[in-house]
Design a protein around this ligand. Structure first.
Ligand code: EPS
Length: 362
């Protein structure tokens, strides 16, 4: 038994869609908790004016009855309010009537740092918009909704996941990061940053060393590296461990099998070891610049300036929520693999029985 997630949706299309499979029956979902995570993702200093337009409320179309999961695929929709301004330009079917609104002219100047160029070449598009719409980080709303549901499942076995911002544009703390964001906005530039996600209550034994693809550290890294604009992921002390001796780098085992340090970030050999799972992600500065970089016009071959389109100055606060969601989803997937069960009570019962077998207290 594992969790599955399929998503669809363009940034300025009618809606984002997600189908979640593998949830046990009888899990009580809290609509307000899902919408609250979607709100956290939207807020944050430095976001595009788009975020004031969107409401990002989740609609459930299947798999839920009276707030309880049915153990069948759960279908979610998040409408794009902004689609109203793009109804002609992003019409799924050949548009009818006069051209109007945004997205009516083809984009031919790819932005360095975005998927624009590679996506256009790969899929044979003649309008960069056909690549950028799906590559956009708008998509992360689906992953946050799925992550909120994963957190509800994890809470049933005492696992809690939280993300936070460590740095924005090389600065830490609210005042300095806001000043850095204002300064970048003033220069029509963008910033990146670093976030950290910590998961507590993770029992030893999630993931496996049996095959590369089973390793939970590899799975978490892939889940977080898959988020738009993430260029680096480290687990525990990560890169800093490379500069230490072995005697300084590892976490000694106490008689109760716990550790007094956690440099490994809760993962050894690709398996959770019972300590908090700690992961950090580095986000590059966003590639949509109001003062564009050099590019090439794909239609004429002439040098030009990349596409300028309304965007965020930085979205590091959003990344903290999106990375939290990605880690929650992957941990929930690993927990479903280990504890299984069609009904929530089976899943919780298997977890309890396992902790008893290994004599482990959370
Ligand atoms: C994004 C560009 C901006 C961001 C968008 C991600 O879109 P827009 O041009 O519509 O303002 O706002 O993020 C979201 C819409 C969102 O909900 O997070 C990009 O190019 O990735």
């Amino acid at each position: 038994m594992s969790l599955g997630l399929a998503t669809a949706g363009e940034s300025h299309g009618p809606a984002l869609v997600a189908i979640l499979t593998g949830l046990p029956a009888g899990l009580e979902l809290d609509r307000a908790a899902i919408d609250d995570d979607l709100r956290r993702r939207r807020e944050g200093y430095g976001r595009s004016p788009r975020q004031q337009l969107e409401r990002d409320e989740v609609e459930v179309l299947a798999g839920l009855r009276h707030g309880l999961t049915l153990g069948t695929p759960l279908a979610l929709v998040i409408r794009n309010r902004d689609h109203e301004s793009w109804a002609w330009g992003m019409s799924p079917w050949p548009p009818e009537g006069e051209r109007s609104g945004k997205g009516t002219e083809p984009v031919t100047l790819p932005r360095p740092g975005h998927a624009d160029l590679a996506g256009t070449l790969k899929f044979g598009h003649d309008d960069v918009r056909n690549a950028l719409e799906r590559a956009s980080a708008r998509q992360t709303a689906c992953h946050v909704a799925a992550g909120a549901i994963a957190k509800t499942l994890l809470a049933a076995i005492g696992v809690f996941v939280a993300g936070r911002v460590l740095e924005i544009g090389g600065e830490s703390g609210d005042d300095a990061t806001r000043t850095a964001t204002d300064s970048a906005r003033g220069d029509r530039d963008t910033l990146g940053g670093i976030v950290e996600v910590v998961a507590t209550g993770v029992p030893p034994g999630l993931g496996s060393y049996a095959e590369k693809g089973d390793r939970l550290d590899a799975r978490l890294a892939a889940a977080v590296m898959g988020i738009q604009a993430v260029k680096g992921v480290e687990i525990g002390e990560g890169f800093a461990l490379a500069r230490l001796r072995g005697s300084e780098a590892h976490d000694e085992i106490e008689p109760d099998r716990r550790r007094s340090s956690n440099r490994a970030g809760g993962l050894e050999g690709g398996v959770s070891n019972g300590e908090a799972v700690v992961l950090r992600a580095a986000m590059k500065p966003l590639p949509t610049l109001m003062r564009p970089l050099g590019s090439v016009d794909l239609e004429t071959g002439e040098p030009g300036q990349a596409l300028v389109e309304r965007s965020d100055v930085q979205a590091v606060d959003a990344l903290a929520v999106v990375a939290e969601s990605a880690v929650a989803w992957e941990l929930a997937r690993a927990a479903r693999e280990k504890f299984g069960g069609d009904a929530l009570a089976d899943f919780v019962g298997a977890h309890t029985a396992y902790l008893e077998r290994i004599d482990w207290r959370l």
